[in-house]
Ligand binder design. Structure first.
Ligand SMILES: CC(C)(COP(=O)(O)OP(=O)(O)OC[C@H]1O[C@@H](n2cnc3c(N)ncnc32)[C@H](O)[C@@H]1OP(=O)(O)O)[C@@H](O)C(=O)NCCC(=O)NCCS
Length: 194
C-alpha cells in the first residue's frame, strides 16, 4: 500500500514537477477545462463530449460540496508554478459518497488524466492519493467504480491497487451506436469494521 497525503509535491515518471491537492471553488474553471478535454479525448468516460457540463458557478458549488462533505473528495493534479494554484489541471480523481445512512460508507470513484500526460504515473499517483484519503476517512468503508470492459489500461491500474471485479453491467453504455458492458469493481477501505 502506497501512502500519498495531499497536498503532495513530487515529479512524474518523466521527471516533470507535479503537485496534487484537494480542489476547491477557485479551481472550477480549470477543472471544467480539464473535464471538457478528457471527455473529448477518450471514449472511456460515461459522459460524452456532447453532454452538457455544469457552468462555472455550478461547478464551484459542486467542488465546495465535495470539500464540505466528509465522504467526498476531489483531488487534482497540476504542474506547480506561478501563480500558485493557477496552473491548468492535467488530472483529477473524485470520490462521491452516498447521501443516506445506508450508503454513506460507500463512495463512487471517477478519474481521468489529459491524454498528453498519459503513461507518466499520474493516474497511479492520483489513485494512491485518493485511497490514502479514503483509508483515513472515519466514514468510508468501500470505494466502488465502474469501468468499460474495453478499458484494459484503467482496469489493470485499479486491480494493481487492490480493486476486485464484482460483476458486469451488460449493455450499460452506448457509444457510436453499439453497446458496451461496464465492469463493477470495489475495494474495502478503513476502519476496524471494514
Ligand atoms: C486510465 C488513466 C486515468 C490512467 O492514467 P495514466 O496517468 O496514464 O496512468 P499511469 O501512467 O499511472 O499508468 C497506470 C498503469 O497503466 C499502464 N499504462 C498506461 N498507459 C498505458 C497504455 N497505453 N498501454 C498499456 N499500459 C499503459 C502504466 O504502465 C501503468 O502501469 P504500471 O504502474 O504497472 O507501470 C488514463 O489513461 C485516462 O485518463 N484514460 C481515459 C479516461 C479513463 O479511462 N478513466 C477511467 C474511467 S473508469
Amino acid at each position: 500500500m502506497t501512502l500519498f497525503d495531499v497536498p503532495w509535491r513530487g515529479i512524474d515518471r518523466l521527471g516533470q514537477p507535479l503537485e496534487l491537492r484537494e480542489a476547491g471553488r477557485r479551481d472550477a474553471a480549470r477543472y471544467l477545462e480539464h473535464i471538457a478535454l478528457i471527455v473529448a479525448e477518450t471514449p472511456f468516460m460515461l459522459q460524452s463530449a456532447a453532454d452538457p457540463l455544469p457552468d462555472i458557478a455550478e461547478q464551484k458549488d459542486i467542488l465546495e460540496e465535495y470539500a464540505r462533505r466528509e465522504n467526498c473528495v476531489c483531488i487534482v493534479a497540476a504542474r506547480p508554478g506561478p501563480p500558485p494554484g493557477k496552473q491548468p489541471i492535467i488530472g483529477s480523481i473524485t470520490l462521491v459518497g452516498g447521501r443516506g445512512r445506508r450508503t454513506a460508507h460507500a463512495a463512487d470513484l471517477s478519474m481521468g488524466v489529459n491524454r498528453v500526460a498519459w503513461g507518466r504515473g499520474i493516474g497511479g499517483v492520483l489513485l494512491d492519493a485518493v485511497l490514502t484519503w479514503a483509508r483515513a476517512s472515519p466514514m468510508l468503508r468501500r470505494v466502488s467504480l465502474s469501468v468499460y470492459s474495453e478499458n484494459r489500461v484503467a482496469a489493470a491500474l485499479y486491480r494493481s491497487r487492490g480493486f476486485a471485479e464484482e460483476g458486469a453491467l451488460r449493455r450499460y453504455a452506448k457509444w457510436d451506436g453499439r453497446y458496451d458492458d461496464l465492469i463493477g469493481m470495489g475495494v474495502a477501505v478503513g476502519g476496524p469494521d471494514a
